[in-house]
Each structure stands twice: as structure tokens, then as C-alpha cells.
Design a protein around this ligand. Structure first.
Ligand SMILES: Nc1ncnc2c1ncn2[C@@H]1O[C@H](COP(=O)(O)OP(=O)(O)O)[C@@H](O)[C@H]1O
Ligand SMILES: [Mg+2]
Length: 321
């Protein structure tokens, strides 16, 4: 498989001013992140809330500017030239967690799906109308003629997310960036939406960046995974390998949090969230050290990703497993 997208040393820091104080703090939203995606592959970016998943998606689409780093699409660096921005925005579509982030509630479904085709001047009017019908059928929203005339609020949450998927498909993208696409849906319809995405991904050989905090859906949909912690990839590799033999203590903690459906589990998850507040202390060295049960002196120096298996990398000095 050839690589379709390469991300190299991407960095995005934010400077935050504390409320009621003149103190400034740095949030390393994306901190030297590199990875690549193959053609037709589903690559998962997983991590807790605040780990920098959405920032990476926005950086790829150039809706925010990186401090440093490169984005290379089909062997060409995407800089800020108009033709390059157009290229990435045509070929790379985003599905947001909340459908209302990408659809205008005042527009009818037909116009919502027509919009990207019009913006990018695709085909003539007749061809564009035909494409709307096609994609609505692809996402299994029927009867199509009726659906097209509706407004988003007249549909269910699951149907709305299918509209977002249809809109993303309209331009026949090579990559879809799906940012927690099912996390706002009822559990009962989550599987259906995932199944539909997988079916279309296979049918059209679309590469996906699937962003999630949920390792169970990641395993169902993805082939390779990168685990993010406070803006850094701490472990990456083939998804089955990473989830069955995690090498980084943070990946282990995430897996433990979902594999023990008992009251302790809830407790653990809560502990993880509370500890997010420790970010400041973790600016030096390994940023997981204040939460890590295996911490050693060496952890004061930031560890790099090292090979731990076939295509499997972990950023940790301690050899576990
Ligand atoms: N525009 C912004 N200004 C300041 N901080 C931001 C901004 N966007 C994101 N951040 C911070 O960057 C970190 C990563 O955020 P985000 O990428 O949204 O994480 P995730 O999608 O994994 O929940 C968080 O600490 C967040 O508060
Ligand atoms: Mg997010």
C-alpha cells in the first residue's frame, strides 16, 4: 500500500492566560506529531479528551495553522498556496462529532449536500443533482425524494449523522477525517453507523482517520492506531497488536479502563480525568510520569518512540510485557 498522507513533526502550542491572574501557561495541543496513512487504510487517533485529537484534524485541513511541521498529501507538501489548500479541502473531508458543526439547520438536506459540490464547482447542475441522489442512497436514507426536502431537525440523530457522511462523500474524497462520529449517537445506532462507514470505506477504498476516545469502536473499524497523550503519540502500531500487547503504561491504563466493567472501572476513569489537571507538572520529560506506576529517574528526559515489535513503537523506557 502506498502512503497517501504524511504528517511530519507537527506542532501547535497555545498560550493560555489564567483567569484573574497575569500568569500564562502553554498548552502543547500537538507536540511533534508524525504519522502516515496508507491508501485505503483506517488509521485511528485515540486518546482522552484534551489529548489533541481535534487539533490534529484541524491542522491537516489547514483550518488552523501549525507552528511547525509538514503535511504531505500524495507526495506534495500542502503549504498555504491557494491551489494546495483547494487540493486538500477537496480530497479530505471531515465528519464532526456534532452534526450541526457541519450542517446548516436552516438549509434543506438537498442544499446541504449540494453546497460542497457548488463551492468546488463540480460538474453541471444536472450532474450535481444526480450526485445528491447517489450519495443519499449510499448512506441508505430512503425515500430519497422525501429526505431531500426535509430540514435537519426533522431527522433523527442517526439520520443526521448519515447526512453528514453523505455530504462528506459528495466530493468523492480520498480521505475522510471522522472526529468522534458516533459518540453523540445512542448506543443502539452506533454500530449501524460504524458498519455503514466501514462498508463505504471498503467499497470506495477511502482512507479514514478515525478519531475516538473509545477503543472498542477503534478496534472494530481501524487497522493501525496511534495513542495520544497530552499532544504526543506515546504508542503506535497495528491495532490488534497494540491493544493485545500494549507496551506503554498509558495504553495499558486505557485498555484496563474499558476491560473491567465493575465499579472500580468508573473510579479509574474518573482518576484519569482528574489527573488531566496535572498537565503543567508534566511539561518536562515524559508527560505521563506523574500518573505512571513504573516511573524511574530516566523519565525526567522525554522518551522517543522506539521500535518494540513489527511496525509497533512505544515511547517508554520501561520494558513491560
Ligand atoms: N483555540 C484554542 N485555544 C487554546 N487552547 C486550545 C484551543 N484549541 C484546543 N486547545 C487546547 O488544546 C488541547 C487539545 O485540544 P483538542 O485537540 O480539542 O483535544 P481532543 O480533541 O483530544 O479532546 C486541550 O488542552 C485544549 O484545551
Ligand atoms: Mg476533540
Amino acid at each position: 500500500m502506498t502512503e497517501i498522507l504524511k504528517i511530519e513533526h507537527l506542532k501547535k502550542y497555545y498560550i493560555k492566560k489564567k483567569i484573574f491572574s497575569s500568569e500564562l501557561s502553554i498548552v502543547k495541543a500537538t507536540d511533534d506529531v508524525s504519522f502516515s496513512i496508507k491508501k485505503g487504510e483506517v488509521f485511528v487517533l485515540a486518546g482522552e479528551s484534551g489529548s489533541g485529537k481535534t487539533t490534529i484534524a484541524k491542522l491537516i485541513l489547514k483550518s488552523i495553522q501549525a507552528d511547525t511541521g509538514k503535511i504531505i498529501f500524495e507526495d506534495q507538501e500542502i503549504d498555504n498556496q491557494k491551489k494546495n489548500l483547494e487540493k486538500i479541502r477537496m480530497n479530505c473531508q471531515m465528519i464532526h462529532q456534532d452534526p450541526y458543526d457541519s450542517i446548516n439547520p436552516r438549509m434543506k438536506i438537498k442544499d446541504i449536500i449540494l453546497e460542497p459540490l457548488e463551492i468546488h464547482n463540480v460538474g453541471n447542475k444536472e450532474e450535481r443533482n444526480r450526485r445528491v441522489l447517489e450519495v443519499l442512497k449510499e448512506v441508505k436514507l430512503e425515500p430519497v425524494e422525501e429526505i431531500m426536502k426535509k430540514y435537519p431537525h426533522m431527522l433523527s440523530g442517526g439520520q443526521r449523522q448519515r447526512i453528514v457522511l453523505a455530504r462528506a462523500l459528495a466530493l468523492k474524497p480520498k480521505i475522510i477525517l471522522a472526529d468522534e462520529p458516533v459518540s453523540m449517537l445512542d448506543v443502539s445506532i452506533r454500530a449501524e453507523m460504524l458498519e455503514l462507514m466501514r462498508e463505504l470505506q471498503k467499497k470506495y477504498h477511502i482512507s479514514f482517520i478515525y478519531i475516538t476516545h473509545d477503543l472498542a469502536t477503534a478496534k472494530y473499524f481501524g487497522q493501525r492506531i496511534a495513542i495520544l497523550y497530552l499532544g504526543k503519540i506515546v504508542e503506535t502500531g497495528p491495532i490488534n497488536q497494540v491493544l493485545s500487547t500494549p507496551k506503554h503504561p498509558y495504553t495499558q491504563a486505557l485498555i484496563d479502563a474499558i476491560s473491567e466493567p465493575d465499579p472500580d472501572n468508573l473510579h479509574k476513569e474518573r482518576k484519569i480525568r482528574i489527573k488531566e489537571a496535572l498537565q503543567k507538572k508534566d511539561l518536562e520529560g515524559c508527560r505521563f510520569k506523574s500518573r505512571c506506576p513504573y516511573v524511574i529517574e530516566q523519565c525526567g528526559i522525554e522518551p522517543n518512540l522506539e521500535k518494540v515489535g513489527n511496525e509497533h513503537f512505544s515511547a517508554c523506557y520501561v520494558k513491560i510485557n
